[in-house]
Design a protein around this ligand. Structure first.
Ligand SMILES: Nc1ncnc2c1ncn2[C@@H]1O[C@H](COP(=O)(O)OP(=O)(O)O)[C@@H](O)[C@H]1O
Ligand SMILES: [Mg+2]
Length: 231
């Protein structure tokens, strides 16, 4: 039996042109993620990891190549179609938490559900449950500014998962945290994504996180390579 990949990116090319300078960043990047698969993406700073994630999310367009999310074309979709694919199938965690500063932790989780058509009472119950799962059951009414960096990233992890996506993309989600907090946040992200059977791809520089993943890939000169086997 063949399963439908949750993500398939074929022959992705992207060159940034600013003034008379052109920087080729992605040069035939290819990637397939199966349902529930856990992948770490490595690559030096400036190698195009964030650019690739933006293209996979349909927030930027590739010059060439196609992205399919659960079999549906992100590349060929309208901007509304891309937003629907993101909302339906995808969750995101960034290096910066990007929580809405004027809303509580609970509201930050309820708002994306409301946008997805869930009623307020049900959304609030689900939000409280997710805050418990990320260890913040006692922080539901706090504004992001009253939370620590690690707590904010826990809320961001819960927000990425709250609409039951098929795929989570995380771009250096622990990059702003100290080592101990980074380990905790990565463990929460990995454990909850596993329980929810969500596929995820995490950009990280920290090799101590790699044991969490089924597969490690590297962005190298615009292409995706399998990580050479570590001895
Ligand atoms: N919007 C943009 N306009 C011009 N150049 C960009 C833009 N976004 C990224 N770049 C360039 O593309 C390269 C890859 O950037 P990025 O994808 O952020 O790499 P990484 O996330 O691996 O550090 C860098 O040289 C960066 O300066
Ligand atoms: Mg980046």
């Amino acid at each position: 039996m063949t399963t439908q990949p949750v993500l398939s990116a074929t022959d992705i090319h992207k060159t940034y042109v600013t003034g008379d300078r052109s920087v080729p960043v992605l040069q035939g990047a290819e990637l397939v993620l199966q349902p529930g698969e856990r992948v770490a993406l490595l690559g030096p700073s400036g190698s195009g990891k964030s650019s690739l994630l933006h293209i996979l999310a349909g927030l930027d367009s590739a010059d060439q190549g196609e992205v399919l999310i659960a079999g549906e074309s992100m590349s060929k979709a309208s901007s509304e179609g891309r937003a629907i694919l993101r909302r339906t199938y995808m969750g995101f965690v960034y290096q910066m938490h990007h929580l809405l500063p004027e809303f509580t932790a609970l509201e930050n989780l309820s708002i994306p559900q409301r946008l997805h058509g869930v009623g307020k009472a049900a959304a609030d119950v689900i939000s409280a449950d997710w805050l418990m799962k990320v260890g913040l059951g006692h922080r539901t009414e706090h504004l992001p500014g009253a939370l620590s960096g690690g707590e904010r990233q826990r809320v961001a992890v819960a927000r990425a998962l709250v609409n039951q996506p098929r795929l989570v993309l995380a771009d250096e989600p622990t990059g702003n945290l100290d080592q101990a907090t980074a380990q905790e946040v990565m463990a929460v992200l990995v454990d909850l994504s596993r329980q929810a059977e969500v596929a995820f791809m995490v950009v990280t520089h920290d090799r101590t996180h790699l044991h969490h993943f089924d597969r490690v890939i590297v962005l190298d000169h615009g292409k995706i390579l399998a990580e050479p086997t570590m001895s």
